[in-house]
Ligand binder design. Structure first.
Ligand SMILES: Cc1cc2nc3c(=O)[nH]c(=O)nc-3n(C[C@H](O)[C@H](O)[C@H](O)COP(=O)(O)OP(=O)(O)OC[C@H]3O[C@@H](n4cnc5c(N)ncnc54)[C@H](O)[C@@H]3O)c2cc1C
Length: 395
């Protein structure tokens, strides 16, 4: 931890610090520099001050005793539709991470009438399944759910806590990390665990231009959220193991400041994330009606269709059809991209698909770096031929 300080008696008010600051974080007030909230403590002003009037103060950080925090905890979300599949994907990843350090994997469930879900989780190699089951927890209330998970974290001291990047998880995880004054990395696409138990949380940053590796070296637990369909799900075992631990609801949870008046379930929409086969249209399509052939090909293959972001921006379709960093992550068995260049913001959210077929006229298009089958040709020639052949095969 560090901060920047200005030594007023040395400062001549030359303003070099202000003109050199890349974040616009320095304002000259009464002829002297003052730092605002945009300061990233990068130290450029310190280097550029000719009078050495700006200094960086390092604050001593009291490192946590890492040996007191072990194991990996997965928050497994339950809704009226059952266990959210992202929980099983996180358990799968947690097992991979835990094995080299000899950690065990635990789960925490919060809700009402959820014992059958805890029993189902016994088939996934967990050492403990903590359950907070109470009628007042039937619907998600961020403060109440956070108090339950906080209670179990204080009881079990996990080194790592994984949460699905669902609407619920995105609300819960930051509340929890704030309560423990520790770090949280959202939307991780890869996770690694170092020998010293630091979790390397990898995710695209700066508009997808870099893959940032983020660590939480001084505090525990380490929180990460991961999107649905990014990790491989845990494999269900026939034998049931793992102790189910019915936890007492923390005091005050039932008197939450928020109460749920009524709940109207949103009709479940089919999501492109759940499709086994996807046909994707990109900016290589010349007009909106050309999406019809993407839809037709998808339908003949028994799959769904999706697009890149530019087509959403043109208003040809809606964001729930968009693959990518600002859209959905997909992992179908087969994906056919048509007129898609393969920008990192797109490929990082589909490159784990089992079979990737790319159609593009430009042989140097980056999509071919991730494709298993490259068709360097005009989509207006290839797609009608494919449609024709599929129709013939079906008659
Ligand atoms: C912060 C941020 C977030 C972003 N999030 C997303 C996101 O979630 N999803 C996303 O998709 N993008 C996202 N983008 C945009 C991304 O950078 C690309 O601009 C976008 O993916 C490009 O879409 P495209 O491949 O359809 O278009 P283009 O890059 O224009 O590619 C069109 C391709 O079609 C080919 N082509 C043209 N005509 C034909 C033809 N007749 N037959 C075959 N091929 C043809 C061309 O050779 C070209 O390669 C994001 C960008 C930023 C900065």
């Amino acid at each position: 931890m560090a901060k920047i300080a200005v030594l007023e008696r040395k400062c001549t008010g030359c303003g070099l610090c202000q003109s050199n600051c890349p974040f616009g974080a320095i304002e000259m007030v009464g002829g002297k520099p003052e730092l605002n909230a945009a300061c990233k403590v990068c130290g450029i002003c310190v280097k550029n001050c000719p009078e050495k009037a700006i200094i960086k103060l390092e604050t001593k950080v009291n490192d946590v005793d890492k040996s007191a925090w072990k194991d990996i905890l997965v928050f497994t979300e339950v809704s009226e539709r059952g266990l959210h599949p992202v929980g099983l994907e996180l358990i799968g990843k947690a097992h991979e991470l835990a094995a080299p350090l000899g950690y065990s994997v635990k789960a925490v469930l919060v809700g009402s009438h959820i014992s059958r879900h805890a029993e189902e989780l016994q088939h996934y190699g967990l050492s403990e399944i903590a359950v907070y089951d109470d009628p007042t927890l039937a619907f998600f209330r961020a403060d109440a759910y956070a108090s339950c998970v906080e209670d179990y974290i204080r009881f079990s001291h996990p080194s790592v806590v994984l949460v699905g990047a669902t609407a619920l998880g995105r609300s819960l995880a930051p509340r929890l990390s704030t309560r423990f004054r520790t770090g949280l990395t959202a939307d991780c696409t890869q996770l690694e665990l170092k020998e010293n138990s630091d979790l390397v949380q990898i995710r695209p940053a700066f508009g997808g231009n870099i893959m940032a590796q983020i660590v939480t070296p001084h505090t525990r637990p380490q929180f990460a959220t991961v999107r649905y369909k990014v990790m491989n799900p845990a494999v269900r075992r026939d034998d049931a193991s793992g102790q189910i631990l019915a936890r007492k609801i923390p005091t005050g949870v039932s008197q939450s400041r928020a109460s749920c008046i009524s709940v109207t379930p949103v009709p479940q929409k089919k999501s492109i994330s759940d499709a086994d086969i996807l046909v994707v249209g990109g900016r290589g399509l010349q007009k909106e009606s050309d999406l019809d052939m993407i839809r037709e090909l998808a339908s003949l293959l028994g799959g769904d269709w999706a697009t890149t972001r530019p087509l959403v921006e043109k208003g040809w379709t809606t964001n729930d059809r968009q693959i990518g960093l600002s859209g959905r992550t997909v992992r179908p068995q087969l994906i056919i991209t048509c007129g898609v260049s393969g920008a990192i913001q797109f490929t990082s959210c589909m490159n784990a698909s089992d079979h990737i077929v790319a159609i593009n006229t430009d042989r140097n298009a980056p999509i071919f770096d991730v494709a298993h089958i490259a068709i360097i040709d005009d989509l207006y020639k290839v797609i009608p031929e494919l449609i024709q052949k599929l129709k013939e095969a079906q008659t």
